[in-house]
Design a protein around this ligand. Structure first.
Ligand code: HEM
Ligand SMILES: [Cu+2]
Length: 651
C-alpha cells in the first residue's frame, strides 16, 4: 500500500518527483546564472519589511491555489463519469485531504495575511507592524509548514483522513504510517505562525495608529483585520490542543481520543470545530473589509452605515464562537443542544445581511466605475447571498439529517468560500496591486479570467446542490451508472475546467502586467480615500516620511477636496526627523528551517532530527536575545533625498 517507500513504485508519484527535481534544478540554475543569490537573501529572505513579507505571502498563496486547484481538477476528472479509473480510492482520499487542508490553511490564510501585511500599516499611518521580527518568523513558519505538507505527496505518503482528520480514522490503528503526522505537524507549525500574526496585528492596530486616529476613524478593512485577529487569538489555541493531543495518541500511545481508558473521539471533534467554525470567519471577515473599501472607492461615496458595519463585524466575530456544533448535528447531542446551535447559526445571517444592504446602499446613486476590483465585488454579492441562504438551510437541524455530508454541503461551503473569500482576495489583490508593484493589473486578460472563473463557478457548483438531493455523498471516489448522477457530475467537471482556465488567464494577466502594464506614477490610481493612497507606489521602505495627522475618517479624501491642509497627510519638511527602523535578519528563515527539520523528525519518528531541530530553534532564540544590534535610524538627508526625488516634499 502506498505509505512507506513509494518513491518509485507509483507512476503518479514518480512523475511529481521528477517534476519537482527538474523545477528545483531550474530555479537554482537561474539564480546562479543571473547572480541573484545575494540579492535574494539580502532583499527578500531576510527582510522584516511588512510590505515585502506581504508580497511573499501573496506569491505563496497563489502557488498554493495552484496546487490545491490541481487537486480539485484531479478529483473532478475522476468524478466526471461513472466507474472512472483515473484515481483509485486511496489516491482520491489523499487528494481531497490535501486539497481541503491546503486551501484553508495554506491558501486562504496566507492570502489574508498578504493583505494584512501590505495594507494595514499603510492604512493606519504606521511605519511598520508592532513586532517586525516576529512578523518575519510568522511568515517562515507558515512557508516551511506548507513545504512540509507538500513533500508528503512524494516522501512517505499523504494524509488521507480528510481535512478535519477525525479520530478514530486518523488514529494509529486506521492510519498507520507518516501521512497523518504530516498533517498534524504542518498545521501545528503554521498555527504558531498564525497565532503570532493575530497578536502582532491586534497590537499594531491598537498601538501604532497615526496621531489622532480614533478607533472609529479606522478604515473598514483595518476593522475587519482587527475582528479577524480577535478570532485568531481565541480560536487557534483550540486547534493547537486538538492537534497536540492527537499527535500524542499517535506517537506516544496515549488514549485521549480512543475509546480505551476513558478517551473519546468526540472531544477531538468539538475541539476541531471550536477552531474550525471561527476559522471560516477568520478568512471571510477580511474579504468583507476589502469589499467595503472597494465599493466606497469605486462608488465615490463614503461607506453607508459605517458604525453598523463595525458593529456587524464584531457581532459576527462573537456569535461565530457559538455555532460550532452545527458541524455535527447528527452525532446525537440531543434536541435542546441542536436547537441552541441551530438558532445561533441562523442569527449570523442578520449582521451579514446588514453588511450586504450597507454595500448596496453605498452603491445606490454612486458614480460607479467598473474596474477589476469592482467586478469581483459585484460578483461576490449574488454568490454569497445564495451561499448564505443554503447555509441557513443547513442550519435547520432536522433538515441537516438529510443534507449532512451530502454534495449539498459541498456546494454550500464552496459557494461561501469561493464566492466570499476567494473573490474577496482577488478583489483585494487587484485593488492593491498598484500599491505593491507600481503597475496596474487590469487588461483584457483580467476580464477573461473573471468571466471564466465566474461562469465556471456556477456551472461547477449549482449541479452539486442537485446531486446532494439525489443522494450523492461527499468523499466518494466513484459511482455506478444508472443513478442519474452522470449528467450533473459531467457538467460540474466542465465548470471546474473553466475555472482552471480562468486561473491560467489570471497568471497570464499578472505576467502581462509586469511586461506591458500601465505604470502607476501617481500613487493614487483609483482616486482612493484612505491613507495608503497618499503614498507613492510602491511605498518607500519607511512608509511615511512624517506621520500623518488624523482628524477624522477618510482624511486623504478631505485633503484632496481641499478641506484639510496637505501637510496633514503628505510629508512635511518642517516635521522631518530621523526614522527608527528594524534591521533585516536571517534568523527567522533559519528558525523556520529548524522547525521544518524537527517536523520531519516527528513525522518519521527519527529522534536525531527532532533533537537537531529542537536545539536549532532554541539556539536561534538564544542568539537573538543577545543581539543588541537590531535597529537603525534612517537619516533625514536620506529621507529628503528620497522624497524630493518623488516630488512629494511639502514646504
Ligand atoms: C462565511 C463563510 C462560510 C464558510 C467559509 C463556511 C464553510 C463551511 C465548511 C468548510 C463546512 C464543511 C464542514 C465539513 O467538512 O464537514 C461548512 C458546514 C456548515 N456550514 Fe458553513 N460556511 C460559511 C458560512 C455559513 C453560514 C452563513 C451558515 C449558516 C447561516 C453556515 C452553516 C453551515 C452548517 C450548518 C454546516 C454543517 C453542515 C453539515 O454538517 O451537514 N455556514 N461550512
Ligand atoms: Cu461552522
Amino acid at each position: 500500500m502506498p505509505h512507506y517507500g513509494v518513491f518509485i513504485t507509483d507512476p503518479m508519484v514518480l512523475g511529481s518527483d521528477v517534476m519537482i527535481v527538474l523545477a528545483s534544478v531550474g530555479i537554482v540554475a537561474a539564480l546562479t546564472f543571473f547572480r541573484r543569490w545575494g540579492w535574494l537573501w539580502r532583499e527578500w529572505l531576510t527582510t522584516v519589511d511588512h510590505k515585502k513579507i506581504g508580497i511573499m505571502y501573496l506569491i505563496a498563496a497563489v502557488l498554493m491555489l495552484f496546487r490545491g486547484g490541481v487537486d480539485a481538477e484531479m478529483m473532478r476528472t475522476q468524478l466526471a463519469l461513472p466507474n472512472m479509473n483515473f484515481l483509485n480510492a486511496e489516491h482520491y482520499d489523499e487528494v481531497f485531504t490535501t486539497h481541503g487542508t491546503i486551501m484553508i490553511l495554506f491558501m486562504a490564510m496566507p492570502f489574508i495575511f498578504a493583505l494584512f501585511n501590505v495594507v494595514v500599516p499603510l492604512q493606519i499611518g504606521a511605519r511598520d507592524v508592532a513586532f517586525p521580527y516576529l512578523n518575519a518568523i510568522s511568515f517562515w513558519l507558515f512557508f516551511l509548514a506548507a513545504m512540509l505538507l507538500n513533500i508528503s505527496f512524494v516522501i512517505g505518503g499523504s494524509p488521507d483522513a480528510g481535512w478535519t482528520s477525525y479520530p478514530p480514522l486518523s488514529g494509529l490503528q486506521f492510519s498507520p504510517g507518516p501521512g497523518e503526522n504530516y498533517y498534524l505537524l504542518s498545521l501545528q507549525i503554521t498555527g504558531i505562525g498564525s497565532m503570532a500574526t493575530g497578536i502582532n496585528f491586534l497590537i499594531t492596530i491598537l498601538k501604532m495608529r497615526a496621531p489622532g486616529m480614533k478607533l472609529m476613524d479606522m478604515p473598514l478593512f483595518t476593522w475587519s483585520v482587527l475582528a479577524a485577529c480577535i478570532l485568531i487569538i481565541f480560536a487557534f489555541p483550540a486547534l493547537t490542543i486538538a492537534l497536540a493531543l492527537l499527535l500524542l495518541d499517535r506517537v506516544l500511545g496515549t488514549d485521549f481520543f480512543t475509546m480505551l481508558h476513558g478517551g473519546n473521539p468526540m472531544m477531538f471533534i468539538n475541539l476541531f470545530w471550536i477552531w474550525g467554525h471561527p476559522e471560516v470567519y477568520i478568512v471571510i471577515l477580511p474579504a468583507f473589509g476589502v469589499f467595503s473599501e472597494v465599493i466606497s472607492t469605486f462608488s465615490r461615496k463614503t461607506i453607508f452605515g459605517y458604525k453598523s458595519m463595525v458593529f456587524a463585524l464584531m457581532a459576527i466575530s462573537i456569535v461565530g464562537f457559538l455555532t460550532w456544533v452545527h458541524h455535527f448535528f447528527v452525532m446525537g447531542a440531543g434536541a435542546d443542544v441542536n436547537t441552541f446551535f441551530a438558532i445561533a447559526t441562523m442569527i449570523i445571517a442578520i449582521p451579514t445581511g446588514v453588511k450586504v444592504f450597507n454595500w448596496l446602499f453605498t452603491m445606490y446613486r454612486g458614480r460607479i466605475r467598473l474596474t477589476m476590483p469592482m467586478w469581483w465585488t459585484l460578483a461576490f454579492i449574488p454568490c454569497f447571498a445564495i451561499g448564505g441562504a443554503t447555509g441557513v438551510m443547513l442550519a435547520v437541524a432536522p433538515a441537516d439529517y438529510q443534507y449532512h455530508n451530502s454534495y449539498f454541503l459541498i456546494a454550500h461551503f464552496h459557494q461561501v468560500l469561493i464566492g466570499g473569500t476567494v473573490f474577496g482576495m482577488f478583489a483585494g489583490m487587484y485593488y492593491w496591486w498598484p500599491k505593491m508593484f507600481g503597475v496596474i493589473l487590469d487588461s483584457k486578460w483580467s476580464k477573461w479570467a473573471f468571466w471564466l472563473f465566474n461562469i465556471g463557478f456556477y456551472v461547477c457548483f449549482m449541479p452539486q446542490y442537485a446531486l446532494g438531493f439525489m443522494g450523492m455523498t461527499r468523499r466518494i471516489y466513484t459511482y455506478s451508472a444508472g443513478l442519474g448522477w452522470t449528467a450533473p457530475n459531467f457538467i460540474s467537471t466542465i465548470g471546474a475546467y473553466m475555472m482552471g482556465v480562468g486561473f491560467v488567464f489570471m497568471v497570464v494577466d499578472i505576467v502581462h502586467s509586469f511586461v506591458k502594464g500601465q505604470r502607476d506614477l501617481t500613487g493614487d490610481p483609483w482616486d482612493g480615500r484612505t491613507l495608503e493612497w497618499s503614498l507613492p507606489s510602491p511605498a518607500p521602505h519607511y512608509n511615511f516620511a512624517t506621520l500623518p495627522k488624523i482628524t477624522g475618517r477618510d482624511v486623504w479624501w478631505a485633503v484632496k477636496q481641499g478641506e484639510l491642509p496637505k501637510t496633514d497627510v503628505l510629508p512635511d519638511e518642517k516635521r522631518l526627523r530621523p526614522i527608527h527602523m528594524p534591521k533585516n535578519s536571517g534568523m527567522p528563515v533559519i528558525m523556520g528551517v529548524f522547525f521544518f527539520i524537527a517536523g520531519v523528525g516527528l513525522v518519521f519518528g527519527v529522534l536525531p532530527l527532532d533533537i537537531i531541530g529542537g536545539l536549532g530553534v532554541a539556539f536561534a532564540m538564544f542568539k537573538r536575545s543577545f543581539d543588541y544590534n537590531t535597529d537603525y535610524f534612517v537619516p533625514v538627508d536620506e529621507v529628503v533625498h528620497t522624497e524630493t526625488a518623488l516630488g512629494r516634499l511639502q514646504a
